[in-house]
Design a protein around this ligand. Structure first.
Ligand SMILES: NC(=O)c1ccc[n+]([C@@H]2O[C@H](COP(=O)([O-])OP(=O)(O)OC[C@H]3O[C@@H](n4cnc5c(N)ncnc54)[C@H](OP(=O)(O)O)[C@@H]3O)[C@@H](O)[C@H]2O)c1
Length: 225
């Protein structure tokens, strides 16, 4: 049975993605921080950790390694957005955001590299907010945007490093998605309409089909970084 680690599987895109992989007969190791994962399945293992805390990451990696000796897919989905309405760049919020969205993601991934082999796939959930090719669309969420740009660059750097081993590394830009995070950016006139299940389908297709490494994907098409 193939095994996927999906971080932030308690809500939103991560939960929808965990459900999709389970439906397709995969074993899923799903992580959560505060919220319990609201589904049960014989093929689902839930692991709690805080991606902003090194000790917690170390413990989570031990738990994961005690459950499996191999990962076919890692979906690095867990992230926070704490500046949805901030029009300034607040150093403390940026520090917190980078610690969870970037440093924690990198730390977790690097510690799990021994579980990856030829054909394994690391999928980092990025964002149009971190894409330099995107049009300038607003002054808010400075730290979050910087964090996603950093996740994109880590994707490229890791793809280059792991290419000789035949391990694929991708980033996904989901679009504006109807989740807690997506709704936090809604205005009186505009809100997110794309479902997390739509992103889950795309992430699953990417995991199953894509052999090209080091790309940023949106709706199953390559997009500019
Ligand atoms: N929604 C959008 O429009 C959108 C657009 C572009 C990119 N994205 C990206 O898509 C991914 C999923 O977003 P979403 O909209 O599904 O977000 P969400 O609904 O806010 O869910 C976030 C998930 O991340 C987990 N998480 C947050 N902080 C954590 C921490 N410190 N340690 C461990 N887990 C933590 C949460 O766990 P708890 O439930 O336990 O708190 C939750 O499972 C993120 O990487 C986000 O940046 C989203």
């Amino acid at each position: 049975m193939k095994t996927a680690l999906i971080t932030g599987a308690s809500r939103g895109i991560g939960l929808a993605t965990a459900k999709k992989f389970l439906q397709e007969g995969w074993q899923v190791i799903g992580t959560h921080m505060k919220t319990e994962i609201p589904i049960t399945n014989n093929n689902l293992v839930a692991i709690q950790y805080d991606q902003g805390d090194t000790n917690s990451i170390v413990q989570a990696v031990k738990d994961i390694m005690s459950r499996t000796s191999h990962l076919d897919v890692i979906v690095n989905n867990a992230a926070l957005l704490i500046e949805s309405n901030d029009m300034v760049a607040d150093a403390e919020k940026i520090r917190t955001t980078l610690e969870v969205n970037v440093v924690g993601l990198v730390d977790l991934t690097e510690r799990l590299l021994p579980l990856l082999t030829k054909g394994s796939h690391v999928i980092n959930i990025g964002s149009g907010y971190g894409a330099f090719s995107a049009s300038i669309d607003g002054p808010w969420a400075a730290g979050y945007r910087m964090s996603k740009a950093a996740v994109h660059m880590y994707t490229r750097q890791l793809a280059f490093r792991l290419k000789p081993q035949g391990i694929i590394v991708s980033a996904v830009s989901p679009g504006w998605i109807n989740t807690d995070m997506g709704r936090s950016l809604a205005t009186e006139t505009e809100g997110p309409i794309i479902s997390p299940e739509h992103v889950a389908e795309n992430v699953f297709s990417l995991a199953e089909i894509t052999k090209e490494t080091g790309c940023l994907w949106q709706d199953n098409k390559k997009r500019e970084w």
